[in-house]
Design a protein around this ligand. Structure first.
Ligand SMILES: [Zn+2]
Length: 384
């Protein structure tokens, strides 16, 4: 047996303190005591125990991401593995769920954290000592820079005379996507994002104006995203279901071109389409003047698909690329989400339901959280 493995196993054995007679509390030197839950014959604690150490937790469907001592520690419910700086670490027991939240084994707090961050936290006589708790959530090497607000621009597709596609149940794309967008805006605002909607009513906004508005709202701030929300449709008599997310690039398949043509057709409803629009588009597609945002948008689309896949009956049609006018010129990662097929009888019914709209909004909000957490490094090198 390798010494490292032996150490891991020993650690695991030592890590399950006898708690049967003790109340389940995690005590910090500043007097904070976090109540725990019983998991097997050991204790586990909600993410509030991480906050008590000065960290921050971002919950997701799969688990949580902890911002603590300058690192991002990812954990998943039902898994004993942690991911930190791209490496895996293992606890003796898996993360469980208690009271609807991830519950982190006690070992994480009293053994793993003190071993990994000896200068930041120690555990003596049943008490956790945190050095400089106020700085615990800040990046390790960061200066005193105040975090910039994160900007999210939500673009509900279509509007006014442009209904988008209308489902077999009579539900119009423009109404469904507005409702999803408003739910998404509410969720993101509650999480501290600065949120803008390109429309909040049943009005038509020119496609070319939408990214221009987004750029104005973004201003000089580096961290911003543009999310255009749509529902998909097939040509008559063809059937399809599922969800897909597009970023701006040249379409490679007929199917990608079909969706771009359908969404770009909104331009016909605009009073006077500016003649420069199509040459702008061509120019962009020729050079992809901004490789950076294309890559970042591709990543964002991937995160959205992953999140949607956790609840959406699907199928997951994946990340796609096409030339969408509404994405042209956005100086930020920009994607167009086709949340489901409104042309499909079953999905049109689902889209009309508040519960499904809310699920979609929560899925996309979770993706925004995950994207910002994963791409902290990108904003520093943003070309603006
Ligand atoms: Zn649409």
């Amino acid at each position: 047996m390798k010494p490292a493995l032996l150490a891991t196993l020993l650690g695991a054995l030592l890590a399950a303190p006898a708690l049967a007679q003790e109340p389940l509390r995690l005590r910090y030197a500043d007097g904070t005591a976090v109540a725990g839950h019983l998991a097997g014959d050991s204790a586990c604690y909600s993410v509030s125990a991480v906050e008590a150490a000065g960290g921050r937790a971002i919950l997701s469907d799969a688990g949580a991401r902890l911002l603590l001592f300058g690192d991002t520690i990812e954990l998943q419910t039902t898994s004993p593995f942690l991911k930190v700086r791209g490496e895996l670490a293992q606890l003796a027991l898996p993360v469980t769920v208690a009271a609807g939240e991830p519950c982190i084994p006690e070992q994480f707090f009293v053994q793993w954290l003190p071993a990994r961050y000896p200068e930041r936290i120690s555990y003596r006589d049943g008490v956790l000592y945190v050095t400089n708790p106020a700085a615990a959530a800040a990046p390790a090497a960061a200066g005193a820079a105040r975090p910039q607000p994160r900007v999210v621009v939500i673009d509900p597709g279509h509007g006014g005379p442009d209904t988008g596609r209308v489902g077999p149940n009579g539900v119009a794309e423009k109404d469904v996507v507005l409702s999803i967008s408003q739910r998404l805006a509410g969720l993101l605002r509650a999480r501290g994002y600065e949120v803008y909607l390109t429309r909040t009513r049943d009005t038509l906004i020119a496609l070319g104006d939408r990214p221009r508005l987004a750029n104005r709202w973004k201003g000089e701030r580096p961290g911003a995203l543009f999310l255009s929300i749509h529902a998909n449709a097939t040509p008559r008599r063809q059937q399809a279901q599922g969800f897909e997310t597009f970023f701006l690039s040249e379409a490679r398949t007929d199917d990608e071109r079909r969706v771009a043509e359908m969404e770009n057709a909104s331009v016909a409803f605009e009073e006077k389409a500016s003649p420069s629009q199509s040459s702008d588009l061509e120019q962009l597609l020729n050079g992809l003047r901004n490789d950076f945002y294309a890559r970042a948008s591709n990543d964002l689309a991937g995160v959205i698909q992953d999140r949607m896949a956790t609840f959406h009956p699907g199928p997951d049609r994946g990340v796609k690329r096409a030339g969408f006018r509404v994405l042209v010129g956005a100086i930020m990662p920009a994607v167009l989400v086709e949340v489901a097929f409104i042309s499909d009888r079953q999905e049109a019914r689902a889209l009309a339901r508040a519960a499904f709209q809310q699920q979609l909004a929560e899925g996309i909000a979770g993706a925004v959280d995950a994207y910002f957490a994963q791409h902290e490094h990108l904003w520093a090198e943003s070309p603006r």
